[in-house]
Design a protein around this ligand. Structure first.
Ligand SMILES: *Cc1c(COP(=O)(O)O)cnc(C)c1O
Length: 848
């Protein structure tokens, strides 16, 4: 008994100076190893307990009884890490010993979401960890809630990068994800009187247990200065004489494949002052200036730009882009590849995939390395560069296409500007050779725009071996509307890879009930071969399965209700249809159209057109952040909240309509909301949403879509079938035709009385306490401009929503459609996206 107490004291006693009495173990701690010596980690409950307690003691320096929730979370994360690290290191060793091509995914954003459950699932430790913690008397739910998600992205583009690296690891494809370790990720959103307020996202405040910093491996990244020519044994060469530099410190994160023993690397760069540079200032005696310079250097990776689908042209942003791309390319060449690797063979070992234009400055950087530093001939260097890069375009909006004024670029990266000029010169020469001196064409295709800016999408297109859009319709419009001259000039360069989402996070982890149902019906294996969901089709006609499916949805709604109650004090009625629109707030996505539907449904009740009691219950859930400088988007957020407070509190509505807008939509919230949804709102103006990935997450979780023929909605509808999808609105050619005829939105408001009334209600101050001025700018924008044709699609949208109401009354038929949505959405796995990239662009192979 005595001996037990001593050993136990080592494990979990608080060392208190004047006390010899042991602090009692938490209630429920029954595991014998919690009071005995701990051993090496084995994948057993005992092994897990031992490693967990060891980490608490040795890494956190606390006993279990003295630990905080953060300590216990850290120790758990470290324990999961401990199981993964050996596989990770072994994978790195095997990759180095091979001569495989690696995918270097260059992305300014990774919207990762929480890591704990994902890493437990990938390592097959979920059940062991749950049992081990239970034996230690530790509440795993409490620890889950401790983790702050790294919000290192704005929305779809960043989340796509996170899904892709998950799939590559799961498919054993060698990959390094490269990006920026922003100290502040996407802002935390709160509402004050219904208006969005942004709070800094200090996600590193309590540290992150998943990162491995390597300050000793920092790279020097230079900026500014000038270029000079010099004689190199009879050859005239150029070199860059930069003015200042910073250090790029790599932070490694493990990216485990799903239960395949593979762990890839995500390497994010953090900026730090360059001490060699500071020293000169120190020597000059200006201590304060030296310290200021340090802050300046650290600014580069300080904050993620919160603009989604708008290019800002800010100098710091270009610094960020060059900072991470230069560090990444250098890292791959100097650290990952063997020493003295023959760089003419770089295309055999690396493909740099450009996630949008943010990393395109990597093109002149690789040219600079090859030509200036490695002294390669220009043409040979260009051949290497062209094979090493490929470009993914993510937009159709002109305002999202990045351009950099040449004076800014020349000031920050003078040698790169020279290289861009030469690339452009040679490219335009080739265009002239093909098409003659067609000056209009030359102007249209020049990488340098007539007003003196570098068009990064053009540079990427000229340099890339392939250019891809992200859904069939998007890739087609990219070729026909955005870059037609380039498609003509580079036959075969343009291709499509439809986006996907990882089923591990968005089905297995987000929806364990559905996952269990699927496995029970068709066995396992579907999680890494999602097309196998097809085998569920017959179950759509099985009444018992449909009932179980309905119970799954109900359970997910209860879980969401509990989350929203705890998080925001919001309540969800049990018997309501859950109608969800969650995505960034942008006019092209048309949250306004959804709002007009809600106002119309409200107006129908309060005007007496319909009896409240006859209205099917619906809860509308919004989630959306607006870019802080995007006034119209912020006004629409205010309006959503304003409509919500009026509709929710009006007794005439009898609780049939509810509007919920939990703040701070992020991956963690998405994982709760999407599995509970009945209806998925994908209502962008046709021809504006490149793909969407939210739409795929919903379909895979058995929500029916009400949507336009836009982005990947087109492919979703083709796959799930017209009967299981609520299509509305103009097609892209119809949109074009209406623009060509001349669009006058006010005519649509006159033609449809319901629309006129909804606009009047908003414009007259019905949702702003009688103050018409608050939302008048929204109404006037819709009536006079309406760039995204909200009013033109209103009538069709309302008709679709009426069909939705009818369909929802037939529970069996609705559930049948929902099951078919799941069964037919296997195509939208990001594993399939990765196979398409491999076949069409990368030509890599898994590392066996
Ligand atoms: C999937 C996802 C998105 C993208 O949603 P879309 O509807 O495709 O715009 C944005 N944010 C989060 C948190 C996501 O998980």
């Amino acid at each position: 008994m005595r001996r037990r107490a001593v050993v136990a004291g080592y494990i979990r006693f608080v060392p208190e100076a004047n006390s010899t009495s042991p602090v009692p173990a938490p209630a429920g701690a029954t595991h014998p190893l919690a009071i005995g010596p701990v051993g090496a980690p084995e994948a057993t409950v005992d092994g897990f307990v031992a490693q967990y307690l060891r980490n608490l003691n040795f890494d956190r320096g606390v006993t279990l009884s003295a630990s905080t929730a953060n300590d216990r979370f850290y120790a758990l994360a470290y324990t999961v890490r401990d199981y993964l690290v050996a596989r990770w290191l072994e994978g790195v060793r095997r990759y180095r010993a091979s001569d495989r091509k690696a995918v270097c995914y260059l992305s300014a954003e990774y919207l990762l979401g929480r890591q704990l459950d994902n890493n437990l699932l990938a390592s097959g430790l979920s059940d062991i960890a749950a049992e081990a913690l239970a034996q230690c008397g530790v509440d795993i739910e409490e620890l889950r809630a401790q983790e702050v998600e790294p919000g290192l992205g704005n929305g779809g583009l960043g989340r796509l990068a996170a899904c892709f690296i998950d799939s590559l690891a799961t498919m054993s494809v060698p990959n390094v994800g490269y990006g920026i370790r922003y100290e502040y990720g996407i802002f935390r959103q709160t509402f004050e009187d219904g208006r969005q307020v942004e709070q800094p996202d200090s996600w590193l405040e309590l540290g992150s247990p998943w990162e491995f910093p390597h300050p000793e491996a920092a790279q020097t990244i230079s900026f500014g200065g000038s270029t000079e020519k010099y004689d190199d044994g009879g050859v005239t060469r150029s070199r860059w004489v930069p003015a200042w530099s910073v250090q790029a410190v790599p932070y490694n994160y493990m990216v485990p494949g799903y239960q395949n023993g593979r762990v890839n690397t995500l390497r994010l760069w953090s900026s730090r002052a360059n001490h060699a540079f500071d020293l000169s200032v120190f020597n000059a005696g200006d201590y304060v200036e030296a310290v200021r310079a340090q802050t300046f250097a650290e600014n580069i990776s300080k904050v993620l730009y919160p603009e989604d689908s708008t290019a800002q042209g800010k100098e710091l942003r270009l610094q960020q882009q060059y900072f991470f791309v230069a560090a990444s390319i250098r890292d791959f060449i100097d650290v990952v590849l063997p020493e003295d690797f023959d760089l003419t063979r770089l295309p055999e070992r690396a493909i740099f995939q450009l996630n949008d234009t943010h990393p395109v400055i990597g093109v002149p950087e690789l040219m600079r390395i090859l030509v200036d530093e490695k002294k390669m001939e220009w043409d040979a260097a260009w051949a290497v560069t062209q094979q090493c890069f490929a470009y993914t375009c993510h937009t159709l909006l002109p305002e999202a296409l990045e351009v950099w004024p040449i004076d800014l670029l020349g000031r920050l990266l003078p040698r790169h500007l020279e290289i861009i000029y030469r690339i452009n010169e040679e490219f335009l020469l080739a265009v002239r050779e093909r098409f003659g001196d067609d000056e209009a064409r030359i102007r249209d295709m020049s990488i340098i725009s007539p007003d003196g800016a570098v068009r990064m999408a053009f540079l990427a297109t000229v340099a890339g071996s392939k250019v891809n859009g992200v859904a069939e319709l998007h890739s087609q419009l990219l070729r026909e509307k955005v870059l037609p001259a380039f498609d003509e000039f580079f036959p075969g360069k343009f291709t499509n890879v439809t986006n996907g989402v990882t089923p591990r996070r968005f089905v297995r982890l987000a929806n364990p009930e559905l996952s269990a149902l699927i496995t029970e019906a068709i066995g396992d294996g579907w999680l890494t071969d999602l097309e196998r969901l097809r085998e569920l089709e017959p179950f759509a006609d099985d009444a018992d399965f449909r009932t179980a499916f309905g119970e799954m949805k109900a359970a997910n709604k209860r879980r969401l209700a509990a989350t929203l109650q705890a998080r925001d004090g919001l309540t969800i009625a049990d018997d309501h249809m859950l109608d969800v629109m969650v995505k960034r707030l942008h006019e092209y996505k048309r949250q306004m159209l959804k709002l007009l539907h809600i106002v119309t449904a409200y107006d129908r009740i309060v005007s007496g057109e319909v009896e409240a009691s006859s209205v099917p219950g619906r809860t509308f859930v919004f989630g959306a952040k607006a870019a802080p400088g995007y006034d119209m988007a912020k006004r629409i957020i205010h309006l959503i909240n304003a409509v919500g407070s009026v509709v929710n509190d009006d007794p005439r509505v009898e609780g049939r309509l509810k509007v919920l807008f939990p703040p701070n939509y992020n991956v963690t919230l998405a994982e709760r909301i999407i599995p509970a949804a009945d209806l998925s709102e994908q209502i962008s103006l046709a021809g504006k949403e490149a793909s969407g990935t939210g739409n795929m997450k919903f379909a895979l979780n058995g929500a029916l879509t009400v949507g336009t023929d836009d982005g990947a909605n087109v492919e979703i509808r083709e796959l799930v079938g017209d009967d299981n999808f609520f299509l509305f609105g103009m097609s892209e050619p119809e949109v074009e035709a209406l623009w060509a005829r001349g669009y006058t939105p006010a005519e649509f408001a006159e033609k449809d009385a319901g629309l006129g009334r909804a606009l009047d209600l908003i414009g007259s101050g019905a949702f702003s306490g009688g103050d018409a001025s608050v939302f008048a700018p929204i109404v006037s924008n819709l009536m006079n401009d309406d760039r995204f044709m909200v009013l033109a699609d209103y009538t069709s949208y309302i008709a679709a929503q009426d069909r939705v109401d009818d369909a929802y009354t037939d529970t069996a038929a609705w559930q049948r459609s929902a099951v078919l949505n799941v069964a037919r959405s296997g195509f939208f796995s990001s594993d399939r996206s990765m196979r398409d990239y491999i076949d069409r662009i990368w030509h890599t192979e898994p590392l066996g």
